[in-house]
Design a protein around this ligand. Structure first.
Ligand SMILES: NC(=O)c1ccc[n+]([C@@H]2O[C@H](COP(=O)([O-])OP(=O)(O)OC[C@H]3O[C@@H](n4cnc5c(N)ncnc54)[C@H](OP(=O)(O)O)[C@@H]3O)[C@@H](O)[C@H]2O)c1
Length: 341
């Protein structure tokens, strides 16, 4: 198949490109050419997809069996994508987000029919609006579309922890290695499934040209369901940390002090969710996740350890976490005294 990736050099998309090439698809990447990682065996179109004229000129009259769009975040961008690819693709795959599923959760088990509503996170509401625009295009003009909702999907550049510095993931790793306390939201028992990008790719590429995927939505996650405490311990173990110090702090307390964390915690990672992956397994029978967190975390840690230039610390985040822990512990001490403990 002739496949166009919008993006293609990112955390999730790179490995999807690699698998698509390995499976013999003719792959083109459309991005601004700012990152390394351009894959041999692919063609490249350099353009800013959000510049409608530049994107239209770059696309020209070409037709793709599949367009996989990793970087649409707003309904306005979706409108532009529909205009750009109308009549030019057999399947438009929109990368949405599992954070679009209803928060607060009303059922621990999430299926593709779980309602979409997230009052806490603009990002998720915008993804929902994109999905709605795309569904309207399906109904009104038979625009061929498929929706994929990744949950947290990590590759070598990501150290997955609930309280972390996004983009500066080494901060958490360094912190636990220095014996500093790590913040875990809630009591550490809420459930989450971390998915390795290479596993996600198997489900994702399996949907290309799928005769029954038109109009369908899927999430694609691992079935390795873990508590946050387990996740922190697995990462620490892979990092060679002997004594991991975890501080459990109620999400309400964290977000009262650091409101920027509310969307990503209350609206996502602090919710106990188990994803039911039966739909993607039914559509793509060879989809199976084979990378356990222990192995995936070890790969990420090795990636950071291999090059000091990658080891960027977010000092502001560290200072904010230290301040939060100190405030929490003062409050706890004072409460203990009040209760004579
Ligand atoms: N990772 C997760 O856990 C997770 C969970 C849920 C949903 N998602 C969704 O997954 C998608 C991100 O995928 P990813 O991780 O592979 O991407 P990513 O790491 O954010 O990489 C972005 C890609 O898009 C290109 N790009 C960025 N802006 C562009 C523009 N204006 N025009 C053309 N190309 C542009 C980048 O290359 P250049 O910079 O060279 O242009 C790069 O190839 C998002 O839609 C996100 O909402 C991710």
């Amino acid at each position: 198949m002739k496949v166009l990736f919008i993006g293609g050099t990112g955390n999730i998309s790179t490995v999807c490109v690699e698998l698509a090439v390995a499976r013999g698809h003719e792959v083109t990447l459309l991005n601004r050419g700012k990152r390394s990682g351009f894959m041999p065996g692919t063609k490249q179109i350099v353009a800013d997809i959000n510049d409608p004229n530049a994107a239209a000129a770059a696309i020209g009259n070409q037709h793709w069996d599949v367009v996989a769009d990793f970087i649409t975040f707003t309904p306005e961008q979706m409108e532009q994508r529909i205009n750009l690819f109308r009549g030019r693709t057999g399947q438009f795959i929109f990368i949405s987000s599992a954070s679009a599923y209803k928060r607060p959760v009303t059922d621990y088990l999430v299926t593709e029919s779980t309602p979409l509503a997230n009052p806490y996170w603009d990002y998720s509401r915008n993804k929902i609006a994109c999905e709605e625009r795309l569904l309207r295009a399906l109904r009104e003009e038979s625009f061929p579309m498929t929706i994929v909702r990744p949950s947290w999907t990590y590759g070598p550049t990501v150290i997955p922890l609930a309280v972390t510095s996004f983009g500066k993931y080494f901060t958490g790793l360094d912190r636990m290695r220095r014996g500093k306390p790590m913040i875990v939201p809630g009591d550490g028992s809420s459930l989450w499934a971390m998915t390795h990008n290479t596993d996600f790719a198997k489900g994702f590429v399996g949907l290309f040209g799928h005769p029954h995927a038109n109009g369908q939505a899927f999430h694609i996650t691992s079935d390795e369901v873990l508590s946050w405490d387990q996740i922190y311990r697995i990462v620490a173990d892979a990092a060679g940390v002997r004594e991991l110090k975890l501080v459990h702090i109620a999400t309400d307390f964290i977000t009262a002090c650091l409101p920027d964390m509310l969307p990503g915690l209350t609206g996502d990672k602090a919710c106990s969710v188990v994803m039911d992956n039966s739909k993607i397994k039914r559509f793509v029978p060879d989809f199976v996740c084979t990378t356990k967190l222990r192995e995936g975390a070890a790969k990420s840690i090795a990636w950071y350890d291999a090059d000091p230039a990658r080891q960027i610390i977010d000092h502001d985040a560290n200072a904010a976490w230290d301040k939060l822990i100190a405030a929490y512990e003062r409050g706890l001490d004072s409460a203990r005294k009040e209760f004579g403990r």
